[in-house]
Design a protein around this ligand. Structure first.
Ligand SMILES: [Zn+2]
Length: 178
């Protein structure tokens, strides 16, 4: 369908994704949508780990990938992150894919697909677009179930709490009518 390779892959990617999942869990604890990212260097060193922090930072660009790109750039003293691999629990959105291409990240490994915003093959396939001058390798579906379950659990709890709040509003309203 596009440039995305799918399924579990060999080479220790699961180990890195597990760290990204830890970051995603931390985001969830902070009531942020649970998405985590890790950037690894070519020698297998951890350059950055970060989680979604849009609410905490009041910053619509504070997705896990963007924060990780910033940390890694500072760490290596270069805005180009050549020969790096970015691991992220949810497929990068269109904004993050733009930043990832600017940074020249070599490889993207993601867990769950993003049906609403996915820019790494699901909605848009920036990595496979011949008009752009950088084409990172993309692997999707690594530890997909764990990544997806985190998101599903987060949204199901959120939906329940919204329903409960509505319930209490209705109750207050009916109390007023007595
Ligand atoms: Zn994003």
């Amino acid at each position: 369908m596009n440039s995305v390779k799918t399924g579990e892959i060999v080479g220790g990617h699961g180990r890195w994704m597990a760290i990204a999942i830890e970051e995603a869990e931390q985001a969830g604890l902070e009531s942020e949508v649970p998405v985590g990212a890790v950037i690894a260097g070519s020698d297998g060193e951890l350059l950055a780990r970060a989680h979604n922090s849009v609410i905490r930072l009041s910053d619509p660009t504070a997705h896990a990938e963007i924060l990780a790109l910033r940390i890694a750039g500072k760490k290596i003293g270069n805005y180009r992150l050549l020969n790096t691999t970015l691991y992220v629990t949810l497929e990068p959105c269109i904004m993050c894919m733009g930043a990832i291409l600017h940074a020249r990240v070599s490889r993207i490994v993601f867990g769950a697909r993003d049906l609403k915003w996915g820019g790494a093959g699901t909605l848009y396939d920036f990595a496979g677009d011949a008009r752009l001058n950088h084409h990172p390798e993309i692997f999707g579906g690594v530890l997909e179930n764990s990544c997806k379950t985190l998101l599903q659990d987060f949204f199901s709890v959120k939906r329940k709490s919204v329903a409960l709040n509505h319930g209490s509003c209705h109750k207050q309203a009916s109390d007023l009518l007595k």
